[in-house]
Design a protein around this ligand. Structure first.
Ligand code: SF4
Ligand code: SF4
Length: 122
């Protein structure tokens, strides 16, 4: 029967069945990723969001929910300008977090995690 509308699919994420390995790898290098409160200040001030839809808030939420491909796609819109680092109320070094995310996505962290940690903290 056609009611003229349809119900949206549930967006519930079963964290017990979700692959969170990428989030844990990022967390090991940048523990601050866990203190993001998803306020959206970074996204609201993002230089490239208007042109690419970039939203660090969404990227962090995606990796916390195992949506790695969505996060990787969105991250490609970042210009690494660092503007978001100046507005984060949690004091997260967002630019450094983005650099770490890029390296983890590229698999560069697997053997050299300690080196990356040193490098991104420079
Ligand atoms: S560093 Fe990336 S996410 Fe942050 S404001 Fe610049 S373009 Fe946006
Ligand atoms: S501004 Fe900071 S706390 Fe707010 S969503 Fe962005 S990274 Fe998270």
């Amino acid at each position: 029967m056609d009611f003229g509308f349809s119900l949206s699919q549930s967006s519930t994420v079963n964290l017990d069945k979700t692959d969170l390995s990428l989030f844990h790898r990022v967390h090991e290098i940048e523990p601050d990723v866990a203190i993001c409160m998803a306020c959206g200040s970074c996204s609201a001030t993002c230089t490239s969001s208007e042109f690419t839809g970039m939203s660090l808030r969404s990227v962090i939420l995606d990796i916390q929910r195992g949506r790695q491909e969505e996060a990787r796609k969105m991250l490609s819109g970042c210009m690494l300008c660092g503007k978001c680092s100046m507005v984060c109320p949690r004091g997260i070094n967002t630019r450094r977090l983005i650099l770490t995310l890029g390296r983890v996505f590229d698999g560069e962290d697997r053997n050299t995690r300690r080196d990356i940690r040193k490098e991104v903290r420079k």
